[in-house]
Write a protein that binds this ligand. Sequence first.
Ligand SMILES: *Cc1c(COP(=O)(O)O)cnc(C)c1O
Length: 339
Amino acid sequence: MSTTHGTTDPGLPRRFPLAFLPTPVERLSKLSKYLGGPDLWIKRDDQTGLGMGGNKTRKLEFLVADALARGADTLITAGAAQSNHCRQTAAAAARAGLHCELVLGGEPGSPPTGNLLLDRLFGAHVHWTGMERRGERMEEIARKLEAAGQKPYVIPYGGSNAVGAAAYAVAMTECMGQLNLRGVKATHIVVASSSGGTQAGLCLGAKISRYTGKITGVSIDKGERGPEPFEREMAMIAKASADWLRLDVQCAESDFHVDYRYLGAGYGVLGDLEREAILLAARQEGILLDPVYTGRAFGALLEMIRNRELGSGDVVVFWHTGGTPALFAYAGDLLPSPY
Ligand SMILES: *Cc1c(COP(=O)(O)O)cnc(C)c1O
């Protein structure tokens, strides 16, 4: 990792190339004008390239390299039926010549659509676990595979551990470099936050690149989180990631700003906030947001503009984290019927 001030350059740990990097940074001039609010920019991590892209592809570059270094032959991970993380893991496994076992919450739907269709196209094997969508059964499945002679590598829910989050420390330095080149000084970054690895990495990257603006994580599914406060969990991930990268930077719990006002009717439930955001981005800029994460986070950003929490003096970067294949599973919620 190169840094603005050249103080910490431990060299990058091994990374298995999967993504198209750097992803573009664009100015949303039309939408900024339409809203009459801040100067809006977008970081296009929906365009990381692998298997329809998204933020997990960056994390998987580091996770897959680690799996290969450990001699694994199988990736196991978990998520909801429409998990973007699982779809990108399935694609990464195909690229790396590894088997992929996905532990998905819910029941087999027929026919599979959206991310689930893609999981199958990438050749992943799916285990259905009903109400458990955060990988509660991953270790058990890993042990069974080991007993059968396989060498599984368990990727936690969302790829949010020290290794995965490291990718977002790098991503933040990438983005700051792009903005600097264009003379843009961001005052705010807004990003969807769920398992926390993305925001944890961004916080580390912010320290490395001396970004002094705010990073706001829009909470997507706070209601189902564990006992630790989310901010503390992210500080722990950031600490582990800094150690893994051998970086001398720290993120405290107080460095994490999370907005819990936009949880709506729960994880994966598309409401007016998300629908309006998706239609606005599509119709003003030809940009697709997703129904679960970025639709909610961008909807939150629109609300902050309406409430005047963000004004015309602000320069806001919306970090697009992907997820668009899930749109196809939400057709009925997105458009009034009959279509
Ligand atoms: C996983 C995901 C997120 C959240 O990233 P975390 O690192 O889990 O917080 C945001 N947007 C999309 C589209 C995702 O798939």
